[in-house]
Structure formats: C-alpha cells, structure tokens
Design a protein around this ligand. Structure first.
Ligand code: GLU
Length: 557
C-alpha cells in the first residue's frame, strides 16, 4: 500500500479512516441546514416488493423516525413499459403489513404530492425548459438507427459502447433547422470531465469520473417523459428530501445527480448508500425471484418482525440483537438503529437464519401475552387446510398447548400442519408397510395390549413418564421373548403418527389424549387387518371407531 500511495498519503488515509474521525465526519453529515428530516423510498412498480426493497424502505423509515422526520413513499413509474400490474398495490400493502407506514404517499396523499411520477410530468417539462436555457444540457437529434449503428461499430472495434456525444457540437443554426423540421429529440446532460466527489454517510468520501466511462445521459426522452435521473432529482428537491438512503447500486449515479443539483443551483440532500443484499450464492436479487417476495414470506407464515430483525441484523453488519432467542419490535429497532453503524459489507439472504428468527417471533408472541393471536392464526390455517373443522379439536387451551409444545420443532405455525404433524389433527391415513415392521399378528397383539393398558389408565396418571413406564413393564412381562423393544415401540409410533421417527410414545399419547390415542390404535388394527386378509396394497385402512375425539390436556408431559 505504501509504495502505491506514497508514505504521506498513507498517513492521511489512516487519519481520515480513524474510526473516531469517521464518526465525527458522519455526524456532521447527518445534520443538514434543513430542520426536519425527510426521506423517501422510491420504488419503481416493476415488480412486487422483495426483501431488498424492504431493506431500503426500512432503513429510510428507521432513519426518519429516529430523527422525528417523515418517511415518504414515491412511486417512480416513468418507465411505463416495464410496469407490472398490481405491483403498486403490493408495495403499499406490504409496507403497511410490515408496519412501515409512510407519512406521505400515493395512498395517503400529502402536501408534496402527487406521489406518482407519472402524474408530475408538467413539473418535469417546466424544469427541463429551465435547463434548456443553460449550456449544461443539449438536444440530441440522433435517431435510433444511428445509435444502433454506432453501437454495432463499437462492438466490432471492441470499444466501450457509449454514445459519442455528437449533438453536443451542433451549431445553433443546425438546431433551429432541425426544430423547424419537427425532428424528434431527447435532452442530454453534458457530463463534466474530472472527478465528482461527495461524502457518503455509509461509504465515506467517494469520487467518480463518469466522463471516462459514460456518455452524456438522457434526462428527457423524445416522448417528453423524464428518465430516472431527472425525475429523481427534480422530485427530491421539490419534495424537500434531506437525506437519500438507497441501494449501493445507485452510488455511481450520484455524481450525475450532483451535476443536476449544481445546474439548478439547488442544495443536494445528504447521500447514504446501503450495501447490497445478495442471494446466498452471491448473485444479485431479481424482481423475478418469487421466493424473496414479502407476500411470499407472509403467505408462508413469516411475521413482519422476523423480516425486520433479519434486515437489521444480517443485511449490513448493523447488529442490534440483544438476546439470542428473541426478536425486537419495530419501536425498539427504531431506538437501536444507527446509520453510523451501518457498514459496507454486503448482506446475504439465508433462509436458515430467517427461519430461526421466525421461531423466535413465535416465542415472543407466546411470552408477551399474544397467545390469542397465535391461536386465531392456527384456527385460520386449519380451516384453510381442512375446509370443515367439525372433526377437529379447536379447544383454545389445546391449541395453545400444541403451539407451546411444538415451539422448538417448528419455524412457522404452518409447519404444524405439515405431513410430520398431521396426526395431531386427524386419524392418520396409514401408509406404512406392516410386513416390513413385524408380522400383522405381532403388530395387532402389540396394539391390543397397549389399548388395554390405556383403557385402564386413570386420567390422573396420563403423563408421559408414567405411560412410558407401564408400556415398558408390559413389554418386559409379555413381549421380551417375542420381539425387540425397539420394534415394539416402532409399531406404536407408526400407529399413532404414521411416521417412523418423532416424539417419544408417552409424549405422543399425552399430546393426543388418552381417548384419541385409543382410537388411533384401533384404526391401526383395522389397517393391519387388511394385511392379514391379504388386501395389503391399500395404503389407507378403514377407521375403526373414531367418534370420541376428546382428549386430555391437563396432564403435563
Ligand atoms: N426507482 C429507483 C429504484 O427502483 C430508486 C432509486 C433511488 O432511490 O434513487 O430503486
């Protein structure tokens, strides 16, 4: 490093990068000469809101609330061809669902509206006319055909593909002739040569010389609609935006924006670019990835807190977590947030982390008096899955008991309705291969014995340990020379749950309740009988007797 920068520059660089100094610099940047902080989230409605977009919205929200400022939603819909139907509605709905309620926006209005750029075209025309009266922009009359030919030529010569800025050099006479001719034109910004430097709240001092790599950007298209750069700057100014927090992919556009502020004589906002949020394999997020959409997470049983805690913990190095196995509420996150602690490490979407945080959200609801919310949610899920819930036990104490029992086994309440836990709700549709476990006679004998034990079990003795003990004793008395204990238990487990591995038998009986366990075991005997009578291909045994589904939940495991 020293040979490249020279000794003195290394010293200056270190001095500048000194952590304390950085914080001081950032503090100074935080304050603008405008009193009230106003930030905006400016999505294009070209796809549904995903985790990357939510991160930008969320950090803007946190920043605004922390400074008692306003969080504005502005829809950047100037590229009408790329608009995805419903995406505007989806963006608003998902912001409201996560609790990031905009203070101003297309759905609520506000004194700086309209908040859809497509409804602000008058303003953009007025502003472009102002610039056309200065030498910072020019009309470009190059046709699509010329631009295509130029592109092909550059590709052939292995040159950087960019517009050659030809119309910069038109004489006034040529311009007047073309205008008189009715020739179509775009308006381009003359990129200044040399570096443009700015202080980024997250990345520190940044410098870019765009004229080396880019051609003069278009501000207004020939159809009279603005491009992103122009509309964005005009709106940020007219909406009194004080701080721009946006994804790092926009950092390279900032010099263009600063040139526009300078051309208009406006004070630019303070910029903070947020490190990228990437897929686990380091690829960029795409609006076509349905499994990172916010509504996807919602529909799969994730809670807003899960997503928000994920974003503050894993998407920028800003770690707020106080204790490992809980999540923080939006209000707390607002107090803990600090733009000064957002670092430049890219975040990654890791499903395992999201799942774990969702489990912690369930803990939080259980521990903070929101049991009814979970119960209601579970009831809805059951109705959705089974249609009629007449046969199901929807006793609220029972549902809560199941949620508490399962909280270390599930990540979402939906998991409670997965194959693994179906037995909790209905007599299993048995599908195990009886012959692979034991003979049909052995299986039936085991089941009959345990049914007898349970029928004679006192309600007060219905606890997991005791049930296990009486089953074990019965095995020692009657089966020890017939089959192995492991096999004996496997027959019981398959009969109660239809799955090979799962909770211990005593616990399963308590979960189901004594009567329901007996019903299940009887149904399993019917299923086994199909093997005895040689009709064993059926994967579904007839139910034995299933009228009495009362269960006992008073007994602890
Ligand atoms: N419309 C841009 C986007 O969709 C907003 C960029 C900005 O915030 O300046 O990301």
């Amino acid at each position: 490093m020293s040979s490249f920068f020279g000794q003195r520059n290394v010293y200056l660089l270190r001095k500048y990068l000194h952590p304390q100094r950085c914080i001081v610099t950032r503090r100074r940047l935080l304050s603008t000469n405008r009193d009230v902080v106003r930030v905006r989230f400016g999505p294009s409605p070209t796809g549904y809101l995903h985790l990357g977009g939510l991160r930008t919205a969320f950090f803007n929200y946190l920043f605004a609330k922390q400074h008692h400022g306003s969080f504005i939603l502005r829809i950047e819909d100037t590229d009408q061809d790329r608009i995805v139907a419903d995406s505007l509605q989806n963006i608003v709905d998902m912001l409201l669902w996560t609790g990031l309620v905009p203070d101003e926006g297309p759905h609520v209005g506000g004194q700086y509206g309209p908040y859809l750029q497509s409804q602000r075209t008058e303003l953009y025309r007025e502003m472009i006319d102002k610039l056309l009266a200065t030498p910072v922009v020019y009309r470009c009359f190059c046709s699509e055909m010329r631009l295509n030919l130029l592109r092909k030529e550059q590709l052939k010569n292995r040159e950087t593909v960019k517009y050659d800025n030809r119309c910069r050099h038109l004489t006034q006479k040529e311009i007047d002739e073309k205008l008189a001719n009715g020739d179509k034109f775009t308006v381009r910004l003359k990129l200044k040569s040399g570096s443009v430097t700015f202080d980024d709240l997250v990345y520190g001092r940044r410098s870019f010389d765009l004229s080396m790599t880019e051609s003069d950007p278009i501000l207004m298209k020939s159809d009279g609609l603005p491009t992103y750069h122009f509309a964005n700057v005009v709106d940020d100014h007219h909406m009194n935006i004080t701080h721009v927090l946006r994804g790092a992919e926009w950092q390279v556009s900032t010099p263009k924006h600063l040139m526009l502020y300078e051309a208009f004589g406006w004070t630019p906002p303070v910029f903070a670019h947020l490190p990228l949020l990437l897929n686990k394999d380091n690829t960029k997020l795409s609006k076509r990835q349905n499994d990172i959409r916010i509504d996807y997470y919602r529909d799969h049983g994730y809670y807003p807190e899960t997503l928000l805690n994920f974003l503050t913990t894993f998407s920028s190095g800003f770690t707020h977590r106080t204790t490992e196995d809980t999540v923080d509420r939006l209000d707390d996150l607002t107090k803990m947030f600090s733009i000064e602690r957002v670092n430049t490490n890219h975040g990654k979407i890791e499903t395992e982390k999201l799942k774990l945080l969702n489990r912690y959200s369930i803990y939080w609801y259980l521990n903070n008096g929101y049991e009814n919310k979970l119960i209601d949610e579970l009831k809805c899920l059951l109705k959705e899955k089974f249609g009629s819930t007449n046969e199901l036990n929807l006793d609220e104490n029972y549902l809560l008991f199941l949620i508490s029992w399962s909280k270390e086994r599930i990540f979402t309440l939906k998991d409670l309705l997965s194959e693994e836990f179906l037995y909790l709700w209905k007599v299993p549709d048995f599908s195990w291969n009886v012959n692979q476990v034991a003979t049909a006679e052995e299986c039936a004998k085991v089941l009959e014995t345990v049914i007898y034990l349970l029928e004679n079990l006192n309600e007060n003795d219905c606890n997991a340990k005791y049930i296990y003990e009486i089953i074990r004793n019965e095995f020692n008395d009657k089966f020890v020379n017939v089959i192995k204990f492991k096999k004996f238990m496997k027959i019981l487990r398959l009969s109660l749950t239809n799955i090979e591995a799962g909770s211990p038998i005593g616990e399963t009986v308590v979960l189901l309740g004594r009567n329901r366990s007996i019903d299940y075991l009887k149904s399993a005997i019917s299923y086994i009988n199909t093997y005895r009578s040689g009709t064993s291909t059926a994967s579904q045994g007839p139910n034995y007797s299933n009228n009495d589904t009362n269960i006992s939940i008073n007994n602890k495991i």
